[in-house]
Design a protein around this ligand. Structure first.
Ligand code: ARG
Length: 395
């Protein structure tokens, strides 16, 4: 009895994988595992209906709290971003993969499968976690190179239709509570301007209200704990900020992204809460951390983000970076005030008991400023000497 556990999203690729694992790969039993990281209820429902039709059993794992506490909160502390956008898809993949492995262990399966193609980053992220086991790893989409059209036909032969009732059929969408990513079809052309229909979380600038909205976010230990004075658990807080930010058109990204394999890809993202929280968190760090900490942490944050993007969160370096980041975040407590309007979340104030800001330098305080002169004399000395060596002004 050959058993395989598949990371199942309910979409076309992973749905086609189920009959392929039986007919093409000869598995007797396919267990479909969907991990809930905050994708729409409708997607989860459709996943269940399709999996119950195609597979031998369906497992739904609610990982929303885990996603927030073990992935999103560390990301906020690390200001996790890649080529200028807030990481999203990359955060969820290792978590999903780990749950699939757990089910496989419990069920005594022989193999693990995912529906990623051989072009993207997600295959690397799943593989990296799957290959920490000695189970066989199967990626039918990568191995069989089917076109979307062939997949649709094959799905139809198995009684699964993707033509109707799915208004996103043209686009490939990956969604979790933190970020929504849209790619494929006409969007692959970097010059093609995305139609409004691809956006589900964010209003266009035209639709966004004229009136700005003020927002107050409190952080403790580098993570958000309340919005406008109301304490909320992480999942609720992120949903609140997605709703408020989305209404103001905040958190849209349209970019050319360098994938791990080296291809450039056109990607579109929506992430209102992520944009707001990272703006606020970076600003608060700027008030609290020393200049030395900030400069060094920029390097650490960058290394952290690269590992996440590449799906290498099991690298011991990742733990080491997190240990450094956590240490710096012990003091990142305080409140940030933002103004949201027409696609922009602008920080308009911040305060913290750990602020390194000193009133001594206020324009309004009378203080002997001559002590600065000695510093000032030497401050530009290297540049001055360099100018002299080039035959410049001798003064
Ligand atoms: N390129 C992005 C990443 O590697 C997102 C890809 C998400 N997939 C999708 N079908 N939209 O993180």
């Amino acid at each position: 009895m050959k058993k395989v556990v598949l990371a199942y999203s309910g979409g076309l690729d992973t749905s086609v994988c189920i009959p392929l694992l039986k007919e093409h790969y000869g598995y007797d039993e396919v267990i479909a595992v969907t991990v809930d990281v905050g994708q729409p209820e409708q997607d989860l429902k459709e996943a269940r209906v399709r999996a119950e039709k195609l597979s031998d059993s369906f497992v739904l794992v609610d990982a929303k709290q885990e996603f927030v506490h073990n992935c999103i909160f560390p990301l906020i502390k690390a200001n996790g971003s890649y080529e200028g956008y807030v990481l999203g898809t990359a955060m969820a993949r290792p978590l999903i993969a780990r749950h699939v492995v757990e089910v496989a262990r419990r069920e005594g399966a022989n193999a693990l499968a995912h529906g990623c193609t051989g072009k993207g980053n997600d295959q690397l992220r799943f593989d990296a976690v799957f290959r920490t086991t000695d189970l066989e790893v199967i990626a039918p989409m990568r191995e069989l190179s089917l076109t979307r059209e062939e997949e649709r036909r094959y799905a139809a032969e198995h009684g699964i239709s993707f033509e109707h009732g799915n208004n996103n059929k043209r686009w490939s969408v990956d969604e979790n509570m933190w970020s929504r990513s849209i790619e494929g079809s006409e969007l692959e052309d970097p010059a093609f301007s995305p139609p409004e229909e691809v956006f589900h979380w964010t209003a266009s600038i035209e639709e966004a209200p004229e009136e700005p909205e003020l927002l107050q976010i409190c952080f403790e230990g580098g993570v958000p704990v309340s919005v406008n004075g109301a304490e909320q658990d992480g999942v609720a807080l992120i949903r609140t900020l997605n709703a408020i930010g989305g209404k103001h058109g905040i958190g849209r990204t349209d970019m050319i992204e360098d994938r791990v394999l080296g291809f450039k890809a056109r990607e579109i993202y929506e992430h209102p809460a992520a944009t707001i929280l990272l703006e606020a968190h970076r600003d608060l760090e700027q008030l609290i951390l020393t200049r030395n900490e900030l400069r060094f942490k920029e390097l650490v944050d960058r290394a952290w983000s690269e590992l996440v993007y590449q799906g290498l969160v099991m690298d011991p370096l990742f733990d080491a970076l997190n240990a450094f980041i956590d240490k710096t975040q012990e003091r990142v407590n305080g409140t940030v005030y933002l103004k949201l309007n027409k696609g922009v979340a602008r920080v308009v104030g911040r305060e913290s008991p750990y602020a390194l800001y000193s009133k001594d330098v206020s324009f309004d305080v009378k203080r002997d400023q001559r002590t600065a002169e000695g510093f000032s004399i030497y401050h530009g000395s290297q540049s001055r000497l360099a100018a002299i060596t080039r035959g410049g002004d001798k003064r």
